[in-house]
Design a protein around this ligand. Structure first.
Ligand code: BES
Ligand code: MN
Ligand code: ZN
Length: 494
């Protein structure tokens, strides 16, 4: 989607465009709507009257070929009370409504009603998020099912300020989220550890330094927990490290770590076949990290940030590990793999330990589609946050409020940690039937030492069958990229 910011030019109007005019509840025709009304010789107020329209949220109508202007159509959008108006949702709803309307251009009129530059930028972001599609593999898509909308222009009194807010923040947020969605939507025959690593490597052009470690190197480093998960796969596991050095030289970085299981069959502890296809999204945590790094690099964030993703495919095979196998992790701690389907924690424990040891970060956050249990607790609405630091937990709660990606903190504690004890090794990789998301988090905590750390379980939010949010039109949501970008921006820059 081509995004631009323009001064309102209601006089001439724009050919091949639809202009969306927000009207607030019982406020009458003001701003751009009033201007169009005047030009068209009261055509709009006549239509308002005929439609018995009072600006209630969710109500609206089109005026085709308004007189006195070359704009194809106006959409008079009821926006409810001014103080409840959300520019991002407005942009999203309008884009969705006109996506296939044979109009290449949508003009969002954010002029005339004390809309801030940030809100104008957020209106554009809403349009970007809502018009996302994953159509790459659809060769037979009917013409009327293909989006026709190509450009969104946001009309505002001070377009330069809004443009700056967009280019410096909200544009990169949109791109990062769309990238994360693309990665999660990709099927596992297209996106597997090596092809995924190659795709990340392309982000070097943004100024990121990128290293890729293969199985040989990881084995030398002692990452037997991570490498063990990929043993049953024909695809070689990869660890990818993305470095963004935008902060002061020598300042400790923050690390973002992601679970990148490109497909999770469960391994020898095989999952039931029904609905297994959605395990192509089991790399959602890594996608959030890659999307966040993309945003951070694109906006040239003044922070030192390291992104690390562990990419593996979990398959059953003669070479796969068996339940009961004992592996020695890079930390030296041994793990009894009682269930090969609890593989995400095995990938993350080595990735987290490596991140901590090599980069000595001031804080670490990992994201993972880690447990089905988090869906039982929080459904598709909130991601679960677990942390050894109240400070980070609070920062994440604020970042969540500021980024619209919802999270909820859950507890950690010694009694839960005990559930991982094993008679055969330092720990087992499952904690039993109860508190499954918490015991998974306890497992990770055993590998982060004293470093302030949080784990975000996004198994319920990385994809949704059907989202109630217009900004989430596809199966994959891209959840986490925006949240992490916001967390870095609010706590680790400048
Ligand atoms: N990738 C799954 C978790 C998952 C489930 C993500 C549903 C998204 C939707 C993870 O690897 C897994 O299989 N976890 C097991 C853990 C269990 C064996 C302790 C689970 O949640 O059942
Ligand atoms: Mn699994
Ligand atoms: Zn998994």
């Amino acid at each position: 989607m081509k995004i631009s910011f323009i001064s309102p030019d209601i006089g001439k109007g724009q050919a091949n465009a639809i202009a969306a005019l927000p009207v607030f509840k019982k406020a009458g025709l003001k701003n751009a709507a009033a201007a169009y009304d005047k030009i068209s010789g009261k055509q709009i107020s006549a239509a308002v009257k005929a439609a018995k329209f009072d600006g209630s949220a969710g109500k609206g109508f089109s005026v085709l070929g308004p007189k006195g202007t070359s704009t194809d159509r106006l959409y008079i959008a009821g926006c409810g009370e001014r103080d409840k108006f959300d520019a991002e949702i407005f942009g999203a709803k309008m884009a969705k409504a006109v996506l296939m309307n044979n109009e290449p251009t949508l003009i969002l009129h954010m002029d005339g009603f004390d809309c801030t530059p940030v809100d104008a930028a957020r209106a554009a972001l809403g349009a970007v998020l809502a018009s996302y599609r994953f159509d790459n593999y659809r060769t037979k898509l009917a013409k009327d099912k293909k989006p026709t909308l190509k450009a969104v222009k946001v009309a505002i009194e001070n377009p330069a300020k809004a443009r700056a807010a967009y280019n410096n923040f909200y544009g990169p947020v949109g791109e990062g989220t769309l990238l994360a969605r693309d990665l999660v939507n990709e099927p596992a025959n297209k996106l597997y550890p090596k092809s995924y690593a190659a795709r990340i490597k392309k982000m070097e052009k943004l100024g990121l330094k990128i290293e890729v470690l293969g199985e040989k190197r990881m084995t030398t480093l002692g990452m037997n927990a991570l490498v063990g998960v990929g043993l049953g796969s024909e695809r070689e596991s990869q660890l990818v490290i993305m470095k963004w050095d935008g902060g002061k030289k020598g300042d400790k970085p923050v690390c973002l770590v992601g679970k990148g299981v490109t497909f999770d069959t469960g391994g020898i502890s095989l999952k039931p076949g029904n609905g297994m296809w959605d395990m192509k999204g089991d790399m959602g945590g890594s996608a959030a990290v890659v999307g966040a790094m993309h945003a951070i690099a694109s906006r040239k964030a003044k922070a030192n940030v390291i992104g690390i993703v562990g990419l593996v495919e979990n398959m059953p095979d003669g070479k796969a590990q068996n339940p009961g196998d004992i592996v020695t992790s890079m930390s030296g701690q041994t793990i009894e793999v009682q269930n090969t389907d609890a593989e995400g924690r095995l990938v993350l424990c080595d990735a987290l330990f490596y991140a901590n040891k090599r980069f000595k970060p001031k804080a670490m956050v990992n994201l993972a589609t880690l447990t089905g249990a988090i869906l039982v607790s929080l459904g598709h609405e909130h991601a679960g946050v677990f942390s050894n630091s109240d400070e980070i937990a609070e920062q994440l709660a604020k970042a969540s409020d500021n980024s619209t990606e919802k999270t909820w903190r859950l507890p950690l504690g010694d009694a839960y940690d005990k559930l991982l004890d094993s008679p055969n090794a330092d720990m087992k990789n499952i904690g039993g039937r109860l508190a499954g998301s918490i015991t998974a988090a306890q497992f990770l905590q055993r590998f982060v030492g004293k470093t302030p750390w949080a784990h975000i379980d996004i198994a319920g939010t990385a994809w949704k069958g059907k989202s109630g949010d217009v900004r989430e039109p596809s199966w994959a949501t891209g959840f986490g990229a925006r949240l992490m970008n916001r967390w870095v921006a609010d706590n680790h820059e400048g």
